[in-house]
Design a protein around this ligand. Structure first.
Ligand code: ZN
Length: 96
C-alpha cells in the first residue's frame, strides 16, 4: 500500500495518481501529463493568433481580389453577428 499526502489539500491518498479530494496530480507521470497539456494548449492559442493575424493581413493585401474576399467574409460575419444580437434581444424581451 502506497500512501501519498496531497500537497494541495493535505489529504492522504492510497494508490492513486491524482488526489481523490481535489484532483491534484500526485505522481510524476501525472504532473508530466499536466505539463504537456498546458504546453499544447499554449501552442494551440499561438496558432489561433497566427490565423487571426493572417486574416487581418488580407485586409491590406495588394491584391484587389483578396481585399474583396476579406470584405465579403467580414460582411457575412457582421450580418451574422447582427442577427445573433437581434435574436438575443427578441429572446430577452419575450421571455419572462
Ligand atoms: Zn488534494
Amino acid at each position: 500500500m502506497k500512501q501519498i499526502k496531497c500537497p494541495n489539500c493535505k489529504q492522504w491518498n492510497e494508490n492513486v495518481a491524482r488526489c481523490t479530494n481535489c484532483n491534484t496530480a500526485l505522481v510524476a507521470e501525472e504532473l508530466n501529463k499536466e505539463y504537456r497539456q498546458k504546453i499544447e494548449a499554449e501552442d494551440a492559442a499561438k496558432e489561433e493568433g497566427k490565423a487571426f493575424k493572417y486574416f487581418q493581413s488580407l485586409k491590406d493585401s495588394k491584391f484587389l481580389l483578396v481585399r474583396l474576399t476579406y470584405q465579403f467574409l467580414f460582411g457575412i460575419w457582421t450580418v451574422y453577428m447582427f442577427f445573433v444580437a437581434v435574436f438575443t434581444w427578441i429572446i430577452a424581451t419575450t421571455v419572462g
